[in-house]
Write a protein that binds this ligand. Structure first.
Ligand code: NAP
Length: 458
């Protein structure tokens, strides 16, 4: 895949980038290792001050940064502004909380272990490699970078090949806030070169957000090298609607939960699992609201859904929908790509799904919703849990017993009751099953790449 900015709204190549050669990669890794050694000896207060300054820089450039995202991967400008704001919030959150999350914990009764005192101490581990996707080009990176840098690590970024401008923007952002040179370095390299970077002894751990095949490959190499990984992979999140739900609110949120980011979010609701008592009513409202979405130029504030980020991504969606239709699925809305330039796909709703259809098991990474009719909450949980994924979930019900049942039964890293999945630094983010392992955000995210050292004193 070329490293290039290609505008998905028009299909035009805006800028091509030469990949970094071996000498440049070496120079950047050396910088990152030098920065990690220096950061280890800085205080939380110093790193927090640099992170706050970097947040101020980003906030001051919010409009330009958002426009860069829209140009490179097609999310609406409104969504891109929201992404930038969220990054600024996370940077300030870790500036405020890193020291608290990584505070020493004294052992309550050291005499029980023959010590006069004992404590647990969190320390940074060095240079961490982040392999990141294009769908939230700033946010995905920031949820790693803000905790990693405030903890005293340095970061090296291999970003997706279709968002090089975002990669280069992040390459300088932290230095502009005051962090030492090399605290965060982007490598413009193809995915085939990632293996060598993981093997480099200066890299201490790897975090990857992306597809399952990429996760398997990166974790395989890291495992051979005995290096820790965090994997944030795909999802096919359920959105369950029970009879007591407020159907108007549920159907409105369902549209947003599925179509946000032009349908390209790992935690988008992808499968709508609806109790038979309210199935017809919910589906009618949902399909009507999907039909009203404005598809078009993502730079316009009136646009709800822009293009898919890549031509290949749209092809994958077309293949999934065609497979379901060919095997008998009903297409209640959309179901095709509109004529004209750009990689648009009409928001789509599929029903009447059977187990032989690929979309029942696979992730639809585009504006395509599947609806399922179920008889009771046991069947709802069974359908929800029937994929190999387990990222997040949403449940609409006013019934306390329903809510508690699904909180217990859903195989997922999150359950959002009468709402939709969102990521924010206050909550943990991550999945179970083939959606990956490890957690980002909150106290858990900053501890993933630290050494928990036991200190025992006679
Ligand atoms: P992708 O193809 O896996 O790419 C993600 C990153 O991995 C890119 O930087 C890519 O580089 C790199 N990569 C791909 N194959 C690799 C390999 N064999 N070895 C090393 N690096 C490799 O995923 P995507 O299409 O960009 O993103 C969509 C997927 O990400 C979806 O499955 C989505 O659900 C998932 N996702 C998960 C989360 C989460 O938090 N759980 C969040 C967002 C997205 P190139 O671009 O150069 O190929």
């Amino acid at each position: 895949m070329p490293i290039a900015t290609i505008n998905p709204t028009t299909g035009e190549t805006v800028e091509q980038f030469e990949p970094h050669d071996a000498a440049e990669v070496e120079r950047r890794l050396t910088q990152a290792a030098t920065a990690a050694a220096a950061l280890k000896h800085t205080t939380y207060a110093q790193r927090a001050a640099w992170m706050r300054s970097a947040a101020d820089v980003l906030e001051g450039e919010a409009h330009q940064a958002a426009a860069m995202l829209t140009l490179e991967m097609g999310k609406t400008l409104v969504a891109a502004r929201g992404e930038v704001d969220k990054c600024v919030h996370a940077m300030r959150f870790y500036a405020d909380n890193a020291q608290k999350f990584l505070a020493d914990s004294p052992v309550d009764d050291p005499s029980a272990i023959g010590a006069s005192s004992a404590r647990l101490v969190w320390q940074p581990i060095g240079v961490v490699l982040a392999v990141m996707p294009w769908n939230f080009p700033l946010w995905q990176v920031m949820r790693f970078a803000a905790p990693a840098l405030t903890a005293g690590n340095s970061g090296v970024l291999k970003h997706a090949s279709n968002v090089p401008r975002a990669a280069l923007y992040l390459d300088t952002l932290f230095e502009r806030g005051g962090f030492p040179v090399g605290s965060f370095r982007a490598l413009l390299i193809p995915s085939a070169d990632v293996e060598n970077v993981i093997k480099d002894p200066r890299i201490r751990a790897v975090t990857l957000t992306g597809s399952e095949p990429a996760g398997r490959s990166v974790a395989g190499t890291a495992g051979q090298q005995v290096k820790k990984t965090v994997l944030e992979l795909g999802g096919s999140d359920p959105f369950i609607v029970m009879p007591s739900a407020d159907l108007d609110a549920a159907s409105t949120t369902a549209v947003r939960a599925r179509m946000q980011n032009n349908g390209q979010s790992c935690v988008a609701a992808k499968r709508f699992i609806v109790h038979t008592d309210v199935y017809d009513d919910f589906v009618q409202r949902f399909v009507a609201k999907v039909g009203k979405l404005v598809v078009g130029d993502p730079m316009q504030d009136s646009t709800d859904v822009g293009p898919l980020a890549t031509e290949g991504g749209r092809r994958d969606i077309e293949v999934l929908v065609d497979d379901a239709r060919d095997k008998g699925a009903q297409v209640l809305a959309g179901g095709s790509a509109p004529d004209g330039p750009g990689w648009f796909y009409t928001p789509t709703v599929l029903a009447g799904l059977t187990d032989d259809m690929r979309i029942v098991q696979e992730e639809a990474f585009g504006p395509v919703a599947s609806v399922y009719r179920v008889a009771d909450r046991e069947e709802a949980a069974r359908v929800a849990n029937q994929t190999t994924f387990g990222l997040s979930s949403a449940v609409w019900s006013e019934d306390d017993e329903d809510q508690e049942y699904f909180v217990q039964e859903l195989q997922a890293g999150g359950v959002f009751l009468n709402g939709m999945t969102v990521s924010s630094p206050e909550l943990a983010f991550g999945g179970v099953k083939n959606s990956g392992y490890g957690r980002e955000l909150t106290f858990a995210g900053i501890r993933e790449f630290c050494n928990l050292k036991s200190v025992w004193k006679a």
